[in-house]
Design a protein around this ligand. Structure first.
Ligand SMILES: Cc1ncc(COP(=O)(O)O)c(C=O)c1O
Length: 454
């Protein structure tokens, strides 16, 4: 289960991840690698964050309201009527040939000249992450990733007992000098760095985009240190001005494995994603798929294929972009209006997330239960790191709630932060200083006005 999976389903106490280790009769039997498998903080939140009275700025569920449901239902029925014996059957682990061709048209929008053979269809890009980690990482190998980074990727790396080294970002994404320093340090310490995992566009959770001018340099650094680049790009077509950026894979196809997904641009529940990989890696990925799932879901691939063939999917993405831009604007103006002095945040040009840094003395993880009591939820920054950092950060998502709910959620959050800061001041704590953060650009000096939204 990832951070985006069934957010609306309250967690029942019977679910395995809620069983305390001491009560688990199987605890002595598990493989050593399961020690790294812990419920993410975000998932732990779902049971409360999904209550209707709570404004959840925590999850990353795409807004599907613009999908043509009636037409999708008809098309799906037609697939089964006309081609059911194929669409409901096992198929190639590589993925449907037609869909692989169509994926090449999608990735061409970001400058990638791919051949259908290069594409391996996966069960969401999350499966791509799992397979790539399985192929490349032995226990103790190092994966370099941005700090902060995507929770689901960190979960895969730790599940395979890789060690994650976080590298700093600024408002222009991953900092090449910091990457070089991290790789040099690892080499000096005799550590084997296998992968750079990076989310270049509209980063989850940081909301920043890797500057075009840095891309070639980052690829050169990875080549110099013999590190494979894993480019994870589920949000690349969701730039608010419609701008796309040259994919890292388009610049160095031999040393970049690219992960793509239809989750944010079509339907996350279909669980269709893909990996673009050099030939040797691709062959291994197909073998790994066979052992993981035999093949990606045939019917779901057919639904995606039919959608791409019969709908104006690019216009649909344009309408998603407009919705997300409106929500981003609602969030940014609410942050500006309500958040206390000393808070800073990033300004995303696409995607789903704003990364907020709060004043010194506030611990976003410790504050979370108080925020939930005030009926607002966010994802605290520690969940996006494996080294315990991020305690003064939080991720706010604007993808799912309506603009009015976003404004109300930020207003509630501001009230909780004010109370936290006041408690810190009463205790003689050191609060309210100006801060630096990833891409942070502003500080505010305002108290929380009365609610304008019930
Ligand atoms: C950066 C990133 N990578 C991968 C995924 C997983 O996406 P999918 O639904 O394709 O498995 C997500 C989901 O939120 C994500 O944000």
């Amino acid at each position: 289960m990832t951070e985006n999976s069934p957010a609306a389903q309250p967690c029942s106490p019977a679910q395995p991840y809620s069983t305390p280790a001491v009560l688990d009769p199987h605890r002595a039997r598990y493989a050593a690698r399961t020690a790294g498998m812990t419920a993410s903080e975000i998932r732990a939140l779902f049971s409360v964050a999904s209550r209707p009275e709570v404004v959840s700025l925590a999850g990353g569920m795409p807004n599907l309201a613009a999908l043509p449901l009636q037409s999708l239902a008809e098309q799906t029925a037609r697939i089964i009527e006309e081609d059911g014996l194929t669409a409901l059957q096992y198929a190639s682990a590589h993925g449907s040939p037609l869909l692989r061709e169509q994926i090449c048209d999608v990735t061409a929008l970001e400058g990638i000249a791919a051949h259908p053979d290069d594409v391996v269809v996966t069960v969401g890009s999350q499966m791509g992450l799992d397979l790539v980690t399985r192929l490349f990482c032995d226990p103790g190998d190092v994966v370099v990733a941005e700090g902060p980074s995507y929770v689901g990727a960190l979960g895969s790396f730790t599940a395979y007992q890789a060690r994650v080294v976080h590298v700093a970002m600024d408002g222009h994404g991953l900092v090449p000098e910091a990457l070089r320093a991290a790789l040099r340090q690892a080499a000096d310490a005799g550590q084997r760095v296998k992968l750079l995992y990076t989310i270049p566009n509209f980063h989850n959770p940081a909301g920043v985009t890797l500057a075009v001018g840095r891309r070639a340099e980052i690829l050169e650094i990875c080549r110099a240190y013999d590190v494979l680049v894993v480019e994870d790009n589920p949000y690349g077509l969701l730039g608010f001005d419609g701008q796309t950026y040259p994919a890292l894979r388009s610049l160095d196809p031999d040393n970049v494995v690219y992960l793509g997904s239809f989750s944010k641009t079509f339907a996350s529940g279909l669980r269709v994603g893909w990996v673009l990989a050099p030939p040797g890696v691709r062959e291994k990925l197909v073998l790994a798929t066979e052992s993981a799932t035999l093949c990606p879901p045939t019917l779901n691939q057919a639904i995606v294929s039919r959608y791409l063939a019969t709908h104006d999917w690019q216009s649909r993405i344009e309408s998603f972009r407009e919705t997300y831009r409106e929500r981003r604007d609602a969030m940014l103006s609410a942050l500006e209006r309500y958040l206390p002095q000393g808070c800073t945040w990033t300004t995303p040009d696409g995607g789903f997330y704003v990364w907020v840094t709060v004043p010194e003395g506030v611990d976003t993880k410790a504050m979370l239960p108080r925020a939930v009591a005030a009926q607002v939820a966010y994802a605290s920054g520690t969940g996006f790191h494996t080294d315990g950092s991020g305690g003064r950060q939080m991720r706010l998502s604007y993808c799912h709630p309506e603009p009015d709910r976003i404004r109300e959620g930020v207003r509630r959050l501001a009230g909780v932060l004010e109370a936290e800061l006041a408690a810190g001041r009463d205790a003689g704590g050191n609060t309210g200083r100006a801060l630096a953060g990833v891409g942070a650009h502003r500080a505010r000096a305002r108290c929380v006005p009365a609610p304008e939204v019930a």
